[in-house]
Design a protein around this ligand. Structure first.
Ligand code: SF4
Length: 296
């Protein structure tokens, strides 16, 4: 693809009867009618083919300190060229980023076309050590992220993924091979929370964490947004720490962040004491790389 006028045709779909198709990019496995959109709002059935409406059209571009992703233990002090598009494949009731995650098809083309080579050129020009796929969920712009990551490698740039971890095994394998560092959001150590609050599954997210750590050998950090009354139960935090210890190791950096009310979600803001309690618990258990975020 070379211009803004064409839409990128995704390889991640299978044809169904009567012109319908099934997107195979993420576990949502949307069945999309002719002319319709997937649940992420940025993938369309056009005459039986799956189009990515966001390939080449980043809606957010910015140079950030790597610590802002947050990534605290990989290339500290460096600059990362951050980009995101519209769309998301989860439907979290407490979303803190709705202006990007819940918008989609109609707005993407308003943003100028930038090829993967353009992105790498800009990142080099801005003296960045890496390119970060961030702001919205990178799974929904998988093809663009993959092409940028491949291009970045040719020019010695690092690649960073900030993700909810919801992706199917084959695209996961393809993208993660090119990812140097990642921050995966484990929203709660509870399938019930994922099902009711996010419309997703914890198991898929944990599998992505395992893949990054053990198969692609990427640097991995974990974020947990602590929401009072939803995922701050000490037993749930202990279960998260148990899993990280067993599957990823105690040297895994863990970021516990404070929640602030967003959208129509009515949970109260997280008290700093709650985060201090979690930090103390994790440190007692031997986790040494604990960071607290969003404290005001
Ligand atoms: S990537 Fe989008 S269209 Fe594809 S299955 Fe997931 S939510 Fe549906």
């Amino acid at each position: 693809m070379s211009s803004a006028e064409e839409y990128f045709i995704s390889p991640y779909y299978e044809a169904l009867e009567q012109g319908e198709l099934r997107c195979t990019l993420c576990p949502r496995q949307c069945c999309i009618k002719p002319g319709g959109l997937g649940r992420c709002l940025v993938r369309r059935n056009s005459e039986g083919q799956l189009q990515s409406l966001v390939y080449g059209h980043p809606a957010a571009l910015q140079v950030d300190p790597i610590e802002k992703k947050p990534i605290s233990y990989w290339k500290p002090g460096s600059r990362t060229f951050s980009l995101g598009t519209f769309g998301c494949n989860m439907s979290c009731l407490h979303c803190q980023n709705e202006h990007l995650s819940r918008s989609g098809s109609q707005r993407s083309q308003e943003y100028r076309y930038l090829s993967p080579a353009d992105i790498v050129r800009l990142a080099k020009m801005k003296n960045c050590a890496s390119i970060a796929f961030t702001y919205n969920e990178p799974t929904v712009f998988q093809e663009y992220a993959l092409d940028i990551a491949k291009e970045a490698k040719k020019f010695g740039l690092g690649t960073v993924l900030v993700s909810n971890g919801r992706i199917n095994p084959e695209p996961r394998r393809e993208l993660y091979e090119y990812i140097d560092a990642a921050n995966i959001d484990i929203k709660a150590f509870s399938e019930d929370f994922y099902r009711k609050i996010c419309g997703a599954s914890l198991a898929d997210v944990l599998e992505s964490c395992r893949h990054l750590r053990h198969i692609s050998n990427s640097h991995l950090e974990i974020t947990n947004l602590v929401i009072p009354g939803y995922n701050d139960d000490p037993a749930m935090i202990q279960a998260l720490l148990d899993w990280v210890e067993q599957e990823l190791g105690k040297d895994t950096p863990l970021h516990f962040s404070a929640y602030y009310p967003a959208g129509g979600f009515t949970a109260p803001a997280t008290k700093p004491d709650t985060l201090y309690r979690i930090e103390s618990l994790a440190k007692q258990r031997g986790f040494s790389r604990i960071k607290l975020g969003n404290l005001r």
